[in-house]
Design a binder for this molecule. Structure first.
Ligand code: FES
Length: 107
């Protein structure tokens, strides 16, 4: 999975992770700034908020109602099209690569 950190100008961080790992866990494990994962992946904190790049949006299942509710409380607000909780996206054979931006207000 490749993380592109916002704002533009910061170097992108590329990390490779094991199948099944969430975007949140991948970021925390690799000390990617802006992703905290305070609730441990329970969709209850929104400190794992990411903005999925448009070319990857159709590879993801839609966000559930709980995920959408939590995103509404995120520090930077929800982008209806691109906002997701990193803990609810899992990398693996069905999603072998992903690019996300991390809202600038999270770091
Ligand atoms: Fe808390 Fe994702 S880690 S909502």
């Amino acid at each position: 999975v490749t993380f592109h950190l916002a704002p533009a100008g910061r170097a992108a961080v590329s990390v490779t992770v094991a199948d099944g790992m969430s975007v949140m866990r991948a970021a925390v494990t690799n000390a990617v700034p802006g992703i905290i994962g305070e609730c441990g992946g329970q969709a209850m904190c929104a400190t794992c908020h990411v903005l999925v790049r448009e070319e990857f949006l159709d590879r993801l299942a839609p966000a559930g109602a709980d995920e959408v509710d939590m995103l509404e409380f995120s520090v930077s607000g929800r982008d209806e099209a691109r906002s997701r909780l990193g803990c609810q996206i899992h990398l693996g054979p069905a999603l072998p690569a992903l690019e996300v931006d991390i809202p600038a207000s999270q770091y």
